[in-house]
Design a protein around this ligand. Structure first.
Ligand code: SOE
Length: 390
């Protein structure tokens, strides 16, 4: 590893900033990186909380102003971990200033903002500046291995994509309001928050793009108690506190047509009581199938039509053997990885893309996800009419 530091600014102080902070600290300790990440500054509006979190999460300093930080010549990377309505202005400013950008998903709150970010990233790329969007689940070893199987033709022609992303932290009608329930901040509800992961994963695994959708959205709880203090996802708010409107979807369901002919069925909800973080996908081809559930993230279910009749069936592949992507950097086979490892792998790939490899997913890939999200909302607003992605 060169000693040339990569000086990082993270913008945001919530769940994603915490996960990214852990990943920036951990990546150089387990992977050989071309540059040594340096946690230079955490940017958040709230000085009392932000300065403490900066210390807790290993950042050298805190700042309350992202614009000042972006203009500093001793910052190389801007890592955007803020609500979606702020992504475009921060990313465009950072790219124009020559900073490499990692931006949390979804890229933006609408395709227009996403297009602006793509244009800025393409212009910056001509100056050797890198931009990546944080679809972290691509970096779980099991899903990365599933992609290899599909790319190698092990599943044959893809017929079905079946994706559900099921959470339940909003099942309680008194779970407090959060920016994720405010369209102006989040752009949409479960659809953009977690459905976006399913869309990205499905397109990335199959190599096919979603061309059209027929969709329904539901909002089951239309007001929620004001959040009393910054608590984690979900929990129970004060039922007597003022209730704020919810103007985003609680759940989304849609069918999708893929460019290679596959048929997709998608579901995203944060009210599937009992499902904490069941990010699932199953892909059926004419020669085989794979199935993944993040709640068993070290395992990949694989079925091959090539197995003899006397031994056909789904087998469970432990994606912790060194043969699986990223796995050999960690523990002996069978010792298992967790949610945070995908974020460390994301930082590894991002840092390596600054020096050599292309950044994937780039902003253009993330823009395609944004267009699918917009088609889902357009279809749902028109009684589920089949709507082309444009
Ligand atoms: C909330 O639903 C959330 O934190 C998502 O925003 C993340 O992208 C996902 O990884 C976990 O759940």
């Amino acid at each position: 590893m060169t000693t040339r530091p990569l000086r990082v600014a993270v913008i945001g102080a919530g769940f994603m900033a915490r996960a990214h902070s852990h990943a920036w600290r951990t990546a150089p300790r387990f992977f050989d990186l071309p540059r040594e990440p340096r946690l230079s500054v955490l940017v958040s509006r709230d000085e009392s909380k932000g300065a403490q979190l900066a210390r807790d999460w290993g950042w050298e300093s805190w700042s309350g102003d992202w614009r000042t930080v972006i203009d500093r010549d001793d910052i190389d990377v801007v890592d955007i971990c803020t609500p979606g309505d702020t992504h475009a202005r921060i990313a465009v400013a950072a790219l124009e200033a020559g900073r490499h950008v990692l931006c949390e998903k979804p890229l933006a709150n609408d395709p227009a903002d996403a297009a602006m970010m793509v244009a800025a990233s393409e212009s910056a790329a001509r100056r050797g500046v890198v931009a990546m969007c944080g679809y972290s689940y691509r970096r779980t070893p099991a899903l990365a291995s599933a992609r290899r199987l599909i790319a190698d033709g092990a599943l044959g022609t893809i017929r079905h994509v079946r994706a559900q992303y099921l959470q339940d932290w909003l099942s309680d009608p008194d779970a407090p309001h959060t920016w994720r329930l405010d369209r102006a901040a989040a752009g949409s509800g479960a659809l953009g928050d977690i459905g976006a992961h399913s869309i990205d994963t499905a397109q990335w695994l199959t190599g096919e793009l979603i061309e059209g959708v027929s969709a329904r959205l539901r909002t089951f709880v239309t007001t929620r108690p004001q959040r009393s203090a910054e608590v984690g996802l979900g929990g129970t708010g004060d039922p007597d506190s003022p209730r704020l409107p919810v103007d985003v979807d609680d759940a989304a369901a849609f069918i999708a047509g893929f460019s290679g002919g596959a048929l997709g069925v998608f579901e995203a909800t944060r009210m599937a009581l009992g499902r904490r973080n069941a990010n699932r996908i199953e892909i059926n081809g004419d020669r085989g199938s794979v199935a993944f559930d993040f709640e068993r993230m070290n395992e990949l279910e694989y079925y091959s039509a090539d197995d003899g009749d006397d031994r056909q069936g789904f087998r469970t592949i432990q994606a912790t053997d060194p043969a699986h992507p990223y796995a050999d950097a960690w523990w002996p086979a069978g010792h298992g990885l967790g949610y945070e490892h995908a974020f460390t792998h994301q930082i590894v790939d991002f840092v390596r893309s600054i020096e050599s490899a292309p950044a994937s997913p780039g902003f253009a890939d993330a823009h395609q996800v944004q267009r699918v999200l917009a088609a889902v909302e357009e279809s749902a607003a028109d009684e589920g009419r089949y709507t082309r992605v444009r």
